[in-house]
Design a protein around this ligand. Structure first.
Ligand SMILES: *Cc1c(COP(=O)(O)O)cnc(C)c1O
Length: 409
C-alpha cells in the first residue's frame, strides 16, 4: 500500500502508530473539484469548514488554493489567522456564542454569521462595524445520522424561519449592514433534494428582503454537508448537477453576486487514512478480534455515529479476505470498535491496518479518553513525508492538572 508515493509500512516504521496520514494532492484536488463545479456557473467562494480538520498544514494548503474559511470557534479563527488567512477570508458561524467569544471575534475583525437575536443584540453592544449575515433555520434537514442534522425545525440552530425578515430589519435598525444569508442543513446527507428545497427557501427569503426592506444580499451561503462515499459500493454525489441546479435558482431568483459553500468533509475526508497496528489477536466463541492501538479516542465516528470506514491490511494489501474480524481498540468500553465484521486476510500482531476516509472529523474529534495521548499527523506528497503534528507526551497530558498542596501532606 502506497500513500502519496510513500509505503504505508515505512510511515509506521518512521512515525509509529497510530498515525493519521494525509495526501496533500488529494486535499488540493478535492478543493479544485468543488470550486470549479460551482465557479463555472457564478462567482463562488468556498469557506472550508475547518472543524473537519484544523491542522495548520492543511489550513495552509487550502490557503494556497485560494480557499476561505468557515470557523465555529475563536480557537479555529485564531488557527486560521496564524495559517495566513486574512480576517475577511473567514466567516465565523457560532451557536450559543458567549459575549467574550463575540468580543474576541470582533477584535480580530472577522465577519460574523449571526445565529440568534440574543447574539445580534449582544454584538450590537460591542460593535456594529462588522459585516454580518444570518443563519436561518430553513426547516429542512439532512445528514448521515440524526446527531448531525442541523437544519430541521427542532434543532438549536439558526433564526427561526418565521422571524428571519424581522432579524434583518432589526439589524438595519441597530446600524448593521447585513451582507449575506446562510443555512447549514447538516452533514453528509446523500440526497441533492434538500439542497434544492433549501435553496428555494433562501431565494424566497432574499426576495422578501428586497421587497420589504430594500435589502439585497451580496452572498447566498448554502452551508456544508456534501457527502463522500465511505462504502466501496456508494456512489459520490453528482456535484455538477448540484451546482447547476443550485446556481440557476440563485441567479434567476436573486441579485446575489456570489454563492458560498462550506464543505468540510468533502475536501478532507478521503485525503487521509489512519494507520493502526495490530497489537493483539483474540479468538472467542463468537468472534475474531483484531485488537489495534487506535480506539474511539483516536477515531470516534464508528462508536459515536455507527459510521462505516473501509479497512484493509496495509502490509497484506494484495492478499484476499479469509477471516471475518471486528477491529477493536484499547479502550475499556465495549463500544470501542473501528470496524465490524470485515473479511480480511489472516492478521497477526504487527500487521498495519489502514482505516480509510478519516480526514474529516477524525483527528479533530480525537480525545484523551483513558489518558491516551493524541497521535501524530503526517503529510505525504509525491514520495515526501513531513510530520505535521507531534505525538502528545504523557507529561503534556498531565500538564494542566493542579494538586492542592494539602493533599500532599
Ligand atoms: C460542520 C459545518 C459545516 C461542514 O459540514 P460538512 O458536512 O463537513 O461539509 C459547514 N458549515 C457549518 C456552519 C458547520 O457547522
Amino acid at each position: 500500500m502506497i500513500i502519496g508515493g510513500v509505503k504505508a509500512t515505512d510511515i509506521v516504521s518512521k512515525h509509529g502508530s497510530p498515525v493519521y496520514v494525509t495526501d496533500e494532492e488529494a486535499v488540493r484536488n478535492n478543493y479544485r473539484r468543488v470550486h470549479s463545479a460551482f465557479a463555472k456557473h457564478m462567482p463562488t467562494r468556498i469557506n472550508y469548514a475547518c472543524k473537519a480538520n484544523s491542522n495548520l498544514a492543511i489550513l495552509r494548503i487550502l490557503e494556497q488554493e485560494g480557499s476561505c474559511i468557515d470557523a465555529v470557534s475563536i480557537g479555529e479563527v485564531e488557527a486560521c489567522l496564524r495559517a495566513g488567512y486574512s480576517p475577511d477570508r473567514i466567516l465565523y458561524t457560532g451557536v450559543n456564542v458567549s459575549t467574550p467569544e463575540l468580543k474576541g471575534v470582533v477584535g480580530r475583525r472577522v465577519p460574523i454569521n449571526v445565529d440568534s437575536f440574543s447574539e445580534l443584540r449582544r454584538l450590537a453592544a460591542i460593535s456594529t462595524d462588522v459585516p454580518i449575515s444570518f443563519r436561518v433555520n430553513p426547516e429542512i434537514g439532512s445528514g448521515h445520522h440524526e446527531k448531525v442534522v442541523t437544519g430541521s425545525r427542532s434543532t438549536k440552530f439558526g433564526i427561526p424561519l418565521n422571524k428571519i425578515v424581522d432579524a434583518y430589519s432589526e439589524a438595519l435598525q441597530l446600524g448593521f449592514r447585513p451582507v449575506g444569508l446562510h443555512f447549514h442543513l447538516g452533514s453528509g446527507g446523500q440526497d441533492i433534494e434538500p439542497f434544492l428545497k433549501g435553496t428555494d427557501v433562501l431565494v424566497s427569503i432574499s426576495q422578501r428582503l428586497e421587497a420589504e426592506l430594500g435589502l439585497g444580499m451580496k452572498f447566498i451561503d448554502i452551508g456544508g454537508g456534501i457527502p463522500i462515499p465511505y462504502h466501496p459500493e456508494d456512489a459520490p454525489m453528482d456535484l455538477d448537477h448540484l451546482a447547476e441546479e443550485v446556481t440557476s435558482r440563485i441567479k434567476n431568483g436573486t441579485s446575489a453576486q456570489q454563492i458560498v459553500l462550506e464543505p468540510g468533509r468533502f475536501i478532507v475526508a478521503d485525503s487521509t487514512v489512519l494507520l493502526t497496528t495490530v497489537v493483539d489477536v483474540k479468538e472467542t466463541p463468537d468472534k475474531m478480534f483484531a485488537g489495534v492501538d487506535a480506539g474511539f479516542n483516536t477515531l470516534v465516528r464508528p462508536a459515536f455515529y455507527g459510521s462505516f470506514h473501509h479497512v484493509a491490511v496495509a502490509n497484506k494489501f494484495d492478499r484476499p479476505g479469509e477471516i471475518t474480524y471486528d477491529v477493536v481498540g484499547p479502550l475499556c468500553e465495549t463500544g470501542d470498535h473501528l470496524a465490524r465484521e470485515r473479511l480480511l486476510p489472516r492478521v497477526e500482531e504487527g500487521d498495519v491496518i489502514c482505516v480509510y476516509d478519516t480526514g474529516a472529523y477524525g483527528f479533530s474529534m480525537a480525545s484523551n479518553y483513558n489518558m491516551r495521548p493524541l497521535p501524530r499527523e503526517v503529510l505525504v506528497n509525491k514520495g515526501e513525508m513531513n510530520l505535521i503534528r507531534e505525538r502528545e507526551s504523557i507529561d503534556e497530558l498531565l500538564r494542566h492538572q493542579r494538586m492542592p498542596s494539602r493533599l500532599m501532606l
